[in-house]
Design a protein around this ligand. Structure first.
Ligand code: ATP
Ligand code: MG
Ligand code: MG
Ligand code: MG
Length: 432
C-alpha cells in the first residue's frame, strides 16, 4: 500500500492508500465522524463510518483534537462538494503525535498574537496558500530566466561598500573591518553581466527601514537580472514579459490556492496582457497636479497615494519612466537629451500594491560615473573595482530588481507583506 498526499488523489481514486495528516477540525455523531485534515499539500475531509471500522478506530476518531498528527489508511473517493474534489474513506487511524490546547483556534485572533505564533500560524489554510503561491513564483522565475538564456550568479551578502548610501544599512563586524549586509546585489551583477552576458541573482537583501508600512520588510528577497548590450526600452520588455509569465504560471498551477484566497482570477488574467502602459515621470506629476494632489512637486519621489492614483489610470501594471536624477541612485544613466532625469523606470502594480520593480540603464561613461559617485558623497576608492567595469570593455547594459514578497502580496491579493514570507523580519519583530 502506497503512502501518498492528496495531490495524487486522482491517480489513486478508488484505491486503498496511507496518508500522513494533521487534524484541523472534527465533527462526529453516533454513526459518523467527519475529520477535517491537512497533509501539507491540501485541506481535505476524512470520513469514518462506525459500522465499517473496528470499534477502537471509531473511538480514536471521536477523540481526535486539533493538530493531532495521524497516519490514516483509507480509500480515496470523489467529493464533488469540496474544492479539492476528493476525500478519504477512513479504514484505520494511527495517532503519531498528540496535541492539546492548540493556541490557534477557529475563533478570530489579533495580528500580534498570530505573529507571536507564526511557527504555528503557517499551518492555516490562508497562510499555506500564500506561501504555496510564493513557491510557484520562485519556480516560475527560475524557469523564465533559464528559458531566456540567463545565468544565475550569487552576489555576496556581506559587503564592504554601500551602493545607495548607508542610512538603511545593517552594520556588522568583519574581523577588524566594518561590513554591511547587502541591500542590493546590483553592482556585483554588473560585473557578472560583463563576464557572462545575461545574468540574474535571487537572494535575500536587508534594509533597516524605520517606517512601518504594509509594503516594507527588513529582510526580503530580490530578483536582480542584469543584461549586457541591452538598452532600457529592451529591459522594459523583459520586465513585462517576466511579470506576465509569473501571473500566468500562478493561474495555471495555483488554481486551488487562488480559490482559498478568493482571489479574482479574471482580474489576474488582465495582467497577462502586454504591453503595459508607460508614462513619464513628468507626465505623472502633471497628471497628479490636474487631479488636486498639491502635496507633490517635480523632484519629489512618489508616495503610496500617488503611485496608487497613477496605477488606477490603467487596468494593468504601469511603468513610470525617467525620474529626476537627484532621487535615484548614482549608477543610473543620464537621459541623452537632458541632464536632470535618468533612464529608469519603476513598475507600479495595480490595486494599491505599489512599486514591484525598480530598474534602469546603467551609466557607462567613466567621467560621468565617477563624477556621480562624488556628487553622492561616496568614496571613489570604495568603487575602484566598479569603475574597472567602465575601464575595460564597457558596453551598454540595463537591469532591474523585483521584490519577491511585494509580488507575492500583490498576486495573492494579501493585505500585508508580512504574510508573504514564512518568518517575516519587521521593525519590531525578530521572533520567532
Ligand atoms: P520603495 O519605494 O517601495 O521603498 P525602493 O525604491 O526603495 O522601494 P528598490 O531599491 O528599487 O526599492 O528595490 C527594488 C524592489 O525591491 C522594489 O521595487 C520592491 O519590489 C522591493 N523592495 C524594496 N524595498 C523593500 C522592502 N523594504 N520590503 C520588501 N520589498 C522591498
Ligand atoms: Mg525604499
Ligand atoms: Mg521606490
Ligand atoms: Mg525603486
Amino acid at each position: 500500500m502506497e503512502r501518498i498526499t492528496m495531490s495524487k488523489a486522482q491517480e489513486f481514486l478508488g484505491k486503498e492508500i496511507k496518508i500522513g495528516a494533521w487534524v484541523t477540525n472534527k465533527r462526529s455523531s453516533g454513526k459518523i465522524a467527519f475529520l477535517q485534515l491537512r497533509d501539507g499539500d491540501y485541506y481535505f475531509q476524512g470520513i469514518v463510518l462506525k459500522n465499517e471500522v473496528e470499534p477502537e478506530v471509531f473511538e480514536t476518531a471521536k477523540g481526535l483534537t486539533q493538530e493531532t498528527s495521524i497516519m490514516l489508511t483509507g480509500v480515496v473517493q470523489e467529493d464533488t462538494r469540496s474544492k479539492l474534489g476528493y476525500e478519504l474513506l477512513v479504514k484505520d487511524i494511527e495517532v503519531l503525535g498528540e496535541s492539546h490546547d492548540y493556541p490557534i483556534t477557529p475563533k478570530e485572533h489579533g495580528t500580534e498574537f498570530l505573529m507571536d505564533h507564526r511557527h504555528l500560524w503557517l499551518r492555516s489554510s490562508k497562510q499555506h496558500a500564500i506561501l504555496k503561491i510564493r513557491n510557484e513564483i520562485i519556480r516560475a522565475t527560475y524557469e523564465f530566466f533559464n528559458k531566456e538564456g540567463f545565468m544565475k550568479v550569487d552576489p555576496p551578502i556581506l559587503t564592504g561598500s554601500a551602493p545607495e548610501g548607508t542610512t538603511e544599512l545593517f552594520h556588522t563586524e568583519y574581523f577588524d573591518q566594518e561590513a554591511y549586509l547587502s541591500q542590493s546585489g546590483q553592482l556585483y551583477m554588473e560585473a557578472a553581466a560583463m563576464a557572462f552576458g545575461k545574468v540574474f541573482s535571487f537572494g535575500p537583501t536587508f534594509r533597516a527601514e524605520k517606517s512601518k508600512t504594509r509594503r516594507h520588510l527588513i529582510e526580503f528577497w530580490m530578483m536582480e537580472p542584469e543584461m549586457a548590450f541591452m538598452h532600457q526600452d529592451e529591459s522594459l520588455e523583459v520586465q513585462e514579459q517576466y511579470v506576465a509569465y509569473l501571473i500566468q504560471s500562478v493561474l495555471d498551477n495555483c488554481d486551488y490556492y487562488l480559490d482559498v484566497l478568493e482571489r479574482d482570477k479574471e482580474v489576474l488574467k488582465k495582467y497577462t496582457q502586454l504591453p503595459y502602459d508607460r508614462i513619464s515621470y513628468d507626465d505623472a506629476i502633471e497628471l497628479l497636479h490636474k487631479n488636486d494632489f498639491t502635496d507633490i512637486t517635480w523632484g519629489d519621489d512618489f508616495g503610496s497615494p500617488h503611485e496608487t492614483f497613477i496605477a488606477e489610470q490603467s487596468d494593468r501594471p504601469v511603468f513610470i519612466l525617467n525620474y529626476p536624477k537627484a532621487i535615484k541612485p548614482f549608477y543610473m544613466k543620464e537621459h541623452p537629451d537632458r541632464d536632470d532625469v535618468v533612464l529608469c523606470a519603476d513598475l507600479i502594480a495595480p490595486e494599491g500594491y505599489g512599486e514591484i520593480i525598480g530598474g534602469s540603464e546603467r551609466e557607462v561613461n567613466y567621467d560621468k560615473l565617477s563624477q556621480q559617485i562624488e556628487n553622492f558623497g561616496l568614496s571613489l576608492e570604495d568603487y575602484e573595482w566598479y569603475l574597472d567595469l567602465r575601464r575595460y570593455g564597457s558596453v551598454p547594459h540595463s537591469g532591474f530588481g523585483l521584490g519577491l514578497e511585494r509580488t507575492v502580496t500583490w498576486i495573492s491579493g494579501t493585505e500585508h507583506i508580512r504574510e508573504s514570507t514564512a518568518f517575516p523580519r519587521l521593525l519590531n519583530r525578530l521572533y520567532p
